[in-house]
Design a binder for this molecule. Structure first.
Ligand code: GLU
Length: 300
């Protein structure tokens, strides 16, 4: 899994960030925060910025959402420096990684159902299936005592006892879909991503991803988990709820809100500023040390 060669166009810088939306709905204020944040981190390291459509979870996909997300990003001036890749087209690459993990003894076929694991709170430590299933899953084996910690550029030190809190995790689901954890690790490496910037709801996935990187001999990028934007009900905004959509016909207000949520000093820009000019000014004024770990609950 080498860094990708771009089929055409100039070579990408070696520092690279990415935005990796799942096409489960339109882009909203929370996803724009991740898109803008990842773009700013990448650009302030003089790096490239890539977009990947994470459409492995076919049952949750909303038809047309990926195209609309890309249009909205483009309206915001956020355009990928290389080809947009789609996880739905990369099954053979994930299969290669899975076969390697199986051959190494790091992965195993598992017939356990959700009900089988209810007694251990969903944490799989050993197979307890009462019967064989026609459609077994494949899990990553997490040895007892596995702890993984890392330094997050926004949240600080984060550590997880994987064997106790996560257990053996799914790589290939019983319904035949590739699990996010495997696909994201394979693709971040394949796209040569050096800095992952995303919402803080994913921070508890990062130790699993670091463990997978080590098992596959892949480099570990730096991580920055941005504060989560909460809805009035205190829950994370979700694309499927279409909370606070971004208007592609008038993206500046949403960009300005995302900038404010990143804790940055206001940009004094004239009304009607073009998104490209906003981004230019944002890049010049961006200070990652100002990003808050959390955002206040809007209902408070
Ligand atoms: N596809 C995930 C989402 O839309 C993001 C994954 C990531 O950035 O690692 O929430």
């Amino acid at each position: 899994m080498n860094a990708p060669s771009t089929p055409s166009g100039p070579a990408l810088p070696t520092a690279r960030g990415r935005f990796a939306p799942s096409p489960t709905g339109d882009l909203h204020a929370g996803s724009l925060l991740a898109a803008l944040g990842s773009w700013l981190f990448a650009r302030s390291a003089a790096g490239g910025w890539l977009v990947r459509i994470e459409d492995v979870d076919r049952p949750r996909e909303v038809p047309g959402a990926a195209a609309r997300q890309l249009e909205t990003l483009a309206a915001c001036g956020l355009v990928a420096d290389g080809p947009v890749i789609r996880q739905s087209e990369r099954g053979a690459v994930y299969r290669g990684a899975l076969d390697r993990l199986l051959a190494q003894g790091d992965a195993f076929t598992c017939h356990c159902s959700r009900a089988d694991l209810a007694a251990t709170g969903g944490v799989h430590a050993r197979c307890v299936a009462r019967r064989e299933r026609p459609d077994p899953a494949v899990r990553f084996r997490v040895p007892p005592g596995t702890r993984i910690g890392f330094h997050d550029q926004v949240q600080g030190r984060y550590e997880q006892d994987l064997s106790r809190t996560v257990g053996d995790f799914v790589l290939l689901r019983a319904d035949g879909c590739w699990a996010y954890q495997l696909a994201v690790v394979v693709d971040d490496a394949a796209q040569g991503i050096t800095g992952v910037v995303r919402g803080a709801d994913l921070i508890d996935s990062t130790p699993r991803q670091i463990l997978l990187q080590r098992a596959l001999g892949l480099p570990t990028p730096t991580y920055a988990h941005l504060p989560l934007l909460l809805g009035r009900d205190g829950r994370k905004l979700s694309k499927s709820d279409a909370d606070l959509p971004v208007d592609p016909a008038d993206p500046l207000p949403a960009l300005a809100v995302a900038w404010r949520h990143l804790g940055q000093r206001p940009l004094e820009l004239p009304r009607g500023t073009a998104p490209a000019d906003f981004l230019h000014a944002a890049m010049a004024g961006f200070d990652p040390r100002r990003i808050p770990r959390t955002l206040p609950f809007p209902g408070a």
